[in-house]
Every structure is written in structure tokens, then in C-alpha cells.
Design a binder for this molecule. Structure first.
Ligand code: UTP
Length: 286
């Protein structure tokens, strides 16, 4: 069983400036819950016991969000608003350990993951990018976990992407497929349409063996000075099998404005306390 999850949250969030100037992008809410909490809940749901945030000095609000706030709790109790206390401290957070590791310089996702090495201590681990939001009956991480349990190999979530957007993603060359586990023959970071080996791109959930750290250490920075996780996975292929699973469910890319608004509308229409009004508002606007 996978017990540890890494959540890199140290990025600049450039696409959300100026909102992300003082508030980390990962703390932006979809309705009433910050993006990062959706990912933490998805991790805990598959049995994760330790959450490792890779963060930066100025993102203290993430730590504050996962700590108790006894003063606020007391005030809520005094005002007969106990329901909100449960929202502040969801039962599933009980017994979970939260770690915070600093990424001094934003040298890319690969560099952020490498910062978790000493806490991972040789175990396979889950990696969740909180700006990708997934909704499905069987969560994205749980779909990966099923394959990991039968293969004991790194397994990454993928989905099909329109050709014109393929240059924004890590793209796999699929090999043999067995019981929904696609063996990865090759993987290329941000290929041109001509060079893309398929239309199947990596999305923000992974289960990785600790061997990835040795490969992350070998990878050189790309033109923009970032260490790319995709390049380390490509290098890992020379040593271990890596599988991909086509994610079965709904996905919102909340790192982009379009995906963020899409997720907000979709969830608002599902929230019983506001959905009727939101329907009305949307009709009026259209
Ligand atoms: P993104 O590229 O989507 O996030 O990285 P970003 O860099 O913050 O956003 P833009 O492109 O500037 O708008 C995916 C995840 O990896 C983390 C981010 O915080 C995000 O959760 N990340 C990225 C790090 O932790 N460190 C890095 O050096 C880069």
C-alpha cells in the first residue's frame, strides 16, 4: 500500500497573477474549498497517511490551512455553528501527518519532487499536482493504485488531448496494453505536433517508485532552467517498466483560467445550496 503523497505547491502561478501574488494559486477556492484540499482528500481516500508539501517560504497560508485554529473553533461553538468546525477539521484528516519541505528556487516540477527524497525513504509514493482537479466515482489516484498493486511499477495518469494542444504536455508512446495498464515505450516533454508519438498526454497524478530520484539527479535543466519530471520518467524507462492508465472521469485544468472557471461552474451547478440560483443566473446571462 502507498502511504506517502507528495504535493508540489511551490510554483509561481504566473497564469493567475495578480491573484497569486499574495495567495498561493493552490489556495484559490473552487466554491468554498481551496484547490489543494481536493487533492489532499483524494490522497487520504486511498489510504495515504503522510502528506508532503513541497512549498516555498512565502506560502505560509497552506500550512495554516491544515493546522487547527482553536480560537476560530471556539468562536464557532459559542455561536452554535458546530457544523463549520467539522468543515475546518474534516474527520479524514485525523491521524494524518503533514510535512512541509522548502523548495528554495523554483527550478521546475522535477526539482520540487526531488526535495521529497529523504522523507520518502525508499518507498513508492503518490504524486498529485493540485491544480489538476479530478472527479470520478473511483478517484484518479485509486485507478492508478489498482494498477500499481498488480504491477508494482510506476504508473501515471494520462488522457487524450486535442492535437493542437499536445505541445503543452508530456506525451507518451504507448506500448502493449493489459487490463487497462498501458506499458509506456517512450515519453516526450512538450513535443511539436509532428514529433508527438501519440495524442495521449500525462495529467497530474502519478504513483512512482523511489528509483525516480536517481534519475531526477541525472537530468539536466531544460532551456527555461527547469528540471522536468517527464525527462526523469523517460530516463527511468531504461531501468524499470512504467505504466500509464487512461483516466476514466472528469478533469479540470485549474492551472488555467478557462479550466478554473469551468470547474467553478460545474461544481456550483452540483452544490444543492446554490445550484438552482446558479442555473437561473446562467440562463439570464445567456
Ligand atoms: P505548473 O507549471 O502548473 O505551476 O506546475 P506554476 O509554475 O505554479 O504555474 P504557471 O505555469 O507559472 O502559471 C505544476 C505544479 O508543480 C508545482 C506548482 O506549484 C504546481 O502545483 N511546482 C512547479 C513546484 O512546486 N515547483 C516548481 O518549481 C514548479
Amino acid at each position: 500500500m502507498i502511504k506517502k503523497a507528495v504535493l508540489p505547491v511551490a510554483g509561481f502561478g504566473t497564469r493567475f497573477l495578480p491573484a497569486s501574488k499574495a495567495t498561493p494559486k493552490e489556495m484559490l477556492p473552487i466554491i468554498d474549498k481551496p484547490l489543494v484540499q481536493y487533492a489532499v482528500e483524494e490522497a487520504i481516500d486511498i489510504g495515504i497517511e503522510e502528506i508532503i508539501f513541497i512549498t516555498s517560504d512565502d506560502k505560509f497560508s497552506i500550512k495554516k490551512h491544515f493546522e487547527r485554529n482553536e480560537k476560530l473553533e471556539q468562536r464557532l461553538v459559542e455561536n452554535d455553528k458546530e457544523d463549520f468546525v467539522d468543515k475546518l477539521n474534516p474527520k479524514i484528516f485525523e491521524g494524518i501527518t503533514f510535512h512541509y519541505v522548502n523548495q528554495e528556487e523554483q527550478n521546475g516540477l522535477g526539482d520540487a519532487v526531488l526535495k521529497a527524497e529523504s522523507l520518502i525513504n525508499g518507498d513508492a509514493f503518490a504524486l498529485l499536482l493540485p491544480d489538476d482537479l479530478f472527479f470520478s466515482k473511483n478517484s484518479c489516484l485509486s485507478q492508478l493504485s489498482s494498477i500499481f498493486l498488480s504491477t508494482n511499477a510506476s504508473t501515471i495518469a494520462v488522457n487524450k488531448i486535442d492535437k493542437e494542444n499536445i505541445h503543452k504536455y508530456g506525451v507518451i508512446k504507448p506500448g502493449k496494453e493489459k487490463n487497462e495498464a498501458i506499458l509506456i515505450d517512450d515519453i516526450i516533454e512538450k513535443p511539436s505536433i509532428e514529433d508527438a508519438p501519440s495524442d495521449i498526454a500525462v495529467c497530474g497524478r502519478y504513483i512512482l517508485t523511489a528509483t525516480i530520484f536517481e534519475h531526477l539527479k541525472k537530468i539536466e535543466s531544460d532551456k527555461s532552467g527547469e528540471i522536468q519530471l517527464t525527462d526523469a520518467i523517460k530516463s527511468l524507462l531504461s531501468e524499470e517498466k512504467v505504466y500509464a492508465k487512461i483516466y476514466d472521469g472528469e478533469k479540470f485544468d485549474c492551472g488555467s483560467k478557462m479550466g478554473f472557471v469551468h470547474a467553478t461552474i460545474a461544481l456550483a451547478l452540483r452544490d444543492k445550496s446554490i445550484s438552482q440560483d446558479i442555473h437561473k443566473i446562467i440562463k439570464e446571462i445567456i
